[in-house]
Design a protein. Sequence first.
Length: 422
Amino acid sequence: MNTNLSAPPSSEAPRRVLVVDDEALFLRSFVERLADVGAHERFVVRAASNGYDALAILDAEPVDVLVTDLKMPGMDGFQLIAEVLNRKLRVPVIALTASPSGESLRALTRLGVFSFLPKPVEFADVLQLVREELAARSAHIDGINLAAFLQLLAMERTRGIVTVRTDEVIGRILVSDGNLIGAEVGDMQGIPAAFALLAAGLPTIELREHASLPPTSLCHPLMEIVLEAVRKQDELRRTKAPPAMAGSDDLVFDLLPSGPPPPSANMLVVGPMPRQTPLPDVTEILQAEPVPAGKIEEKSMNIDKANLAVEKLQESLGAGLMAVDIWVVQDGMSIAGHNSQPVATALFNRMTNMLNDTLSESGFPSLAKYYLLDLDTDKLVIVLPCGEIRAGILVDKKKVQLGIIISVALPKFLTGLEAIVA
């Protein structure tokens, strides 16, 4: 295995790697070897012989990578990882296990751990994973729709691992150069897992950009996956389809390959793989998604009328129109647009919710037809709340007069928005 990855730039503060194992001889030998490498590559190593000592270190100082054995007296590795999650400590975990059974590996993935090695471990293999985690750039995002975030990654051709967390599930999606190359959640892998995660609402998202990713046999355009998921969700929304019975095959995703993906396609595993079970129908995943209490029944969205409203706005504003998106309030997902801005859409959806709440709490009237944000460099943002949908417009004021925007373009666009909800 190649371990010649470049070290972090010398200007960075030393990173910290925490190694946890109850075998004293192994821990001492391993930590000494890892510390020798760290002296040259600007990371330091901390050691703990049990889960309680590890938590004390995690509470006392930041840790960038956690390497832990699973079978330990007192607090074992599973309990340690669970406690790390409970404390919302954002640290990547590499698990070491002497008995890599299918059940233990599935338990790890449910805890959000996707890097694990069978014991006895090769030092070079652990060092490789530690180097990859230290070299990865990490970002955490809350309150943004996963589909919108993946659209952004596809446009920027990002290479990395997206970890998706909700109160119920933890999964991950591997992306590279605009393609989906892997996904897993629970017992599902590949495209079905990606669709299941895309139905997860507004999860917490972590992106770790990696220079190298595990080899896979799956490679499908990420944008197609996202659009197909959105299309099916919209279809279910419009038809008010009841939850599918077991074995129902009324709806089938066009992108699904026949049969389950090969075991090597999606999991970063060194050692034995768990046995895979047949994948469920993905439409059942979307149809069986629980409905939150108090959720307002949705009306069907006329996508053709949304596209028509965008076209009419382009005619009204011409070159002055820089971007426009029409989205559903519930999930912040764009249903039509021009030069779409998925991240801005999610942020303005959230901002509008906060603005409405603040106005209500302060005793002010609620928002009416639209509000405007005057930006630097002669740019103007207009957000239009319209019941279950909203729209956002970015305009170049140098190329269109404000009077035309207010008196001509917006009234026509508002009429088009009102026609979208049937």
